[in-house]
Structure formats: structure tokens, C-alpha cells
Design a protein. Structure first.
Length: 333
């Protein structure tokens, strides 16, 4: 199995109604990336400061630099202390922004932007880093989702900090193992996705869990629908999301999902037996290890279903929801 085949990435960004009204474009930049040699995968959202002239350019430079740093220098960055990490990442980004400011003949502050990012390696090591508004959330390998970084507005609700600010406050974290998915967002949807006690809404929980199971195309559709729904609830700012899901954690997350929501998204019958749920768990466990596909005979043996048709019937909901597929005699996840 190639290192990068563990992870799914997805992202979406949409201009806010307030920006449309002011004749401004979306000033968020959203990127995901993967190192083809190491498999390190990163997700980044950067929100350009709308009160400054070159907000979009600042967010674009910030997001691109962060993805390149996280995927290209992950091992070195992982070994740094909190302060060394912040100095390295912010120093590199500021250097690029200063160069661009000279070209544009503007002040560095005119390129101000936030930075919300996470990166994971195939061996389970992860990093996250956060400057300014937005949130970082994580789902553990049992399906439990929580916010791990959120900006606290000490001065005013509309006051935040940026990568261009000297000695800017930041949140940083690293660890190894236990994380099934990361979500990073700008602040546009923050108040609709979170509770004051630091937890995500059930809808946001499901979004993070789904990133492990569904294709980037399906996730883009889900994020677009979610953005439309949030706009209907009054969201007016740019909305941006980026996710990383680890397919190796699919079985545990599947077990931990809310049964009613699991039934809905995987097209499961109302009376799905505990044995069938366990067989789906086992199917995810074996499929995650074999991106090259699992032959029908092998899957039949893994699930103890005795016949190919029985196997197909047990996995019908996962096939219908297009979480897995059956092609030329092999099951794929």
C-alpha cells in the first residue's frame, strides 16, 4: 500500500453574501496537498483580512506556503518546540508576504491573513497550527469529534490576529495516533457549527465523520449544500472548509456513529442486525488495508457469509451509497 493511499482530502469555499453585496470576491484560500513520496497530507484554510487592500493575495500566499511547508518538511517541523515551529512557519510566510508587498508597493499589513491548518503522516503523527479566526476540529478513532483549537475574542467579536502581526498569538499541537479526521474552517460558519462548551454540533460531527468514507466529489456536494443551508440561517461571510480523513479508522468511526445518522447516509434498513453491522465493520477493516481491491471470495471469507450473493446483500447499503464499489470481481473502498 502506498503511503498516500491512507488519506482522503476534500475542500470547499464560497463567497459570502456580504462580499457579494460589496462587490468583493471570496477572500479565503483553501488548499489540501500531499507529499507523493512520504504520504504526508495537509489541509489549510487562510482567511484574508477584508479591511486590507490585498486580502485575497495574502491568503493565497499564506495557504500555499503552509501546504508546501507541512508536506515538504513535516519530519523536521515535528521535532521542533512550539516556539521554534511558530517561528519557522510564520517566518517563512512573512518572508514571502514581504517580498510580495515590495512588488505591490504596499505595506505588509495589506496582505494580512489568518492561518488554520493540520497535517498528518502515515505513521499517525500529526501537527496543527492556528493563527486568527476559524476552528480546527478532530475526530478520534472511535468517532468522537471535538474542537481542538478556536480563537478566543478577548477585545471584540470582530477583532482577530493575522500572520503579519509580530509575536502574534497562536495555537499549536502535535501528537501521534488516535486521530481519524481533521476539519479546518474559516470563521464564516463557526457560530453555526459549534457550541460554547467547545463541542461541534451533531451536523458538524457528521460532516467530519463522512470525510473518512466519501469521495472528494461527494464531500464537495455535501459542503456546498451545507453552505446553502447556513446562508439560509443568516451566514453572510465567506465560508471555507478543508478536511483530511484516514480510511484506516473507518471501522471504528463506523461503530461510533449515531445509529440513525449511520442508517441514513449508508442506506441501511431500519432493522439492521448487530451481526450485519459487525460485518460492515469487518468489511471496512479489510478494505482499508487493500486499496488494490478485495476479491469477492476473500470478502466472503472475511465476513463468513458463505456465498458471494450473501456478501453483496450484506454490503448493499455501502454499495448504494457509493462508499464502496464492486468492479470486476473486487470490492474497493
Amino acid at each position: 500500500m502506498k503511503a498516500g493511499e491512507f488519506f482522503r482530502t476534500s475542500s470547499y469555499s464560497e463567497v459570502g453574501e456580504s462580499h457579494i453585496g460589496w462587490g468583493k470576491p471570496c477572500e479565503d484560500s483553501v488548499l489540501t496537498g500531499q507529499n507523493p513520496e512520504t504520504g504526508v497530507t495537509a489541509a489549510v484554510v487562510s482567511d484574508g483580512a477584508g479591511s486590507y487592500t490585498f486580502a485575497k493575495e495574502g491568503s493565497s500566499i499564506t495557504a500555499k506556503a503552509a501546504v508546501e511547508l507541512l508536506t515538504g518538511q513535516f519530519d523536521e517541523l515535528y521535532e521542533l518546540s512550539n516556539q521554534e515551529f511558530a517561528e519557522t512557519v510564520l517566518g517563512c510566510i512573512r518572508s514571502l508576504l514581504e517580498k510580495r508587498a515590495e512588488e505591490l508597493e504596499c505595506q505588509l499589513i495589506d496582505l494580512s491573513a489568518t492561518l488554520v491548518c493540520a497535517a498528518v503522516a502515515p505513521d499517525g503523527r500529526y501537527l496543527y497550527f492556528h493563527v486568527g479566526d476559524g476552528i480546527i476540529a478532530a475526530c478520534d478513532d472511535k468517532g468522537v469529534c471535538r474542537i481542538i483549537s478556536q480563537y478566543y475574542h478577548e477585545i471584540a467579536p470582530n477583532y482577530t490576529t493575522f500572520v503579519t502581526i509580530p509575536d502574534t498569538p497562536y495555537n499549536y499541537g502535535r501528537g501521534k495516533g488516535g486521530v481519524a479526521a481533521f476539519l479546518v474552517t474559516s470563521d464564516g460558519s463557526e457560530y453555526l457549527m459549534t457550541f460554547e462548551d467547545g463541542w461541534l454540533t451533531a451536523q458538524a460531527d457528521l460532516l467530519v465523520q463522512m470525510s473518512i468514507f466519501f469521495s472528494p466529489e461527494r464531500m464537495e456536494s455535501e459542503l456546498r449544500q451545507l453552505t446553502t443551508y447556513y446562508k439560509g440561517l443568516g451566514m453572510y461571510d465567506d465560508a471555507s472548509f478543508a478536511l483530511i480523513g484516514d480510511k484506516r479508522c473507518a471501522a471504528g468511526v463506523f461503530d461510533g456513529m449515531d445509529p440513525d445518522l449511520r442508517q441514513m447516509i449508508f442506506y441501511l434498513p431500519e432493522q439492521t442486525s448487530a451481526r450485519t453491522i459487525r460485518q460492515m465493520h469487518d468489511a471496512f477493516a479489510v478494505l482499508a488495508k487493500h486499496p488494490e481491491g478485495v476479491p469477492e471470495i476473500q470478502m466472503m471469507r472475511e465476513l463468513h457469509t458463505h456465498k458471494k450473493w450473501n456478501t453483496f446483500h450484506k454490503l448493499a447499503g455501502l454499495l448504494t451509497s457509493e462508499v464502496i464499489s464492486l468492479r470486476e470481481g473486487k470490492y474497493y473502498f
